[in-house]
Ligand binder design. Structure first.
Ligand SMILES: Nc1ncnc2c1ncn2[C@@H]1O[C@H](COP(=O)(O)OP(=O)(O)OP(=O)(O)O)[C@@H](O)[C@H]1O
Length: 253
């Protein structure tokens, strides 16, 4: 029997195992996210965060396990089919075309999602730039943008594919606290508009303020998951982050 529509999660990752041929990088990871919610994911370097996004977005197939988008099994879909189906992703290293203009970058991304051609792609690109505060900078060459605008453009490129599920890989990395807060405000507004968002970030305090739930990856497994502040108070999580996150004692404030 199919579950009732209101119990179908926007995205379900079910028991995913991934190895690149050597050691196991993801070891039975299961997560879910609903429309309108932000799930934050943290974890030390090499714990498998980006690999998890690659498995969700279809860049790499899992060794076993499944990915469901709004209840539909998309595990066998490649990356472009998943973009068309509604999974949008930003990359840790922005994937912008540096010689193209800001607008052209958003347009190329809209076309990647396949469903958008001609006028529809133009509208998707412009709307994404507007949401990210870049509409007045459409003619600028992407490679000459300061870091904050490069990050905003990376976000706009993901939005131009009109995703229902948005994967953010360190979109606030390298930004000042004020800049990161501005990006977090955009992300929260996107969730409020109905997107389901998974956000990987090394800046833990950004996620504790923005995310509805926090999951902690450690050596390929989810070692803690729950309300962000409670999760950060768990001894096994503090053990990992003490000394790494300068403001861990301020996270409650
Ligand atoms: N394409 C690949 N081929 C082989 N091994 C890979 C590949 N991508 C990642 N790995 C390995 O998988 C493990 C997890 O890497 P991953 O990048 O997913 O971790 P991460 O938590 O995102 O790390 P970081 O915080 O440094 O970005 C690492 O040991 C890494 O070397």
């Amino acid at each position: 029997m199919m579950p009732a529509a209101d119990t179908i999660r926007a995205l379900t990752v079910e028991n995913v195992v991934k190895s690149y041929g050597g050691p196991i990088v993801l070891d039975g990871v299961s997560i879910e996210v609903d429309r309108g919610k932000i799930l934050g994911i943290i974890g030390p370097n090499g714990s498998g965060k980006t690999t998890l996004f690659s498995v969700i977005s279809g860049t790499f197939a899992p060794s076993s396990g499944k990915v469901f988008l709004a209840g539909r099994d998309v595990t066998s879909f490649g990356a472009s089919a998943r973009a068309v189906a509604g999974i949008g992703r930003t990359f840790q290293v922005p994937q912008t075309f540096s010689h193209m203009s800001v607008y052209e970058n958003a347009l190329v991304a809209a076309a990647f999602a396949g469903a958008f051609k001609g006028r529809a792609a133009e509208e998707a690109a412009l709307q994404a730039l507007e949401i990210c505060g870049l509409k007045s900078r459409g003619d600028l060459i992407a490679g000459r943008l300061p870091l904050l605008d490069r990050k905003r453009l990376e976000l706009a490129r993901a939005l131009a594919t009109k995703p229902s599920v948005l994967l953010l890989d360190e979109i606030a990395g390298g930004l000042t606290d004020d800049e990161a807060a501005g990006v977090a405000a955009i992300v929260k507004a996107l969730a409020a508009s109905g997107l389901a968002i998974i956000w990987i970030e090394h800046l833990v305090h950004v996620l504790t303020h923005a995310a509805d739930e926090l999951a902690v990856l450690g050596e390929g497994r989810i070692i803690a998951h729950g309300e962000p502040h409670e999760t950060m108070r768990m001894p096994k999580v503090r053990q990992i982050y003490l000394g790494m996150e300068p403001d861990i004692d301020d996270i409650d404030h």
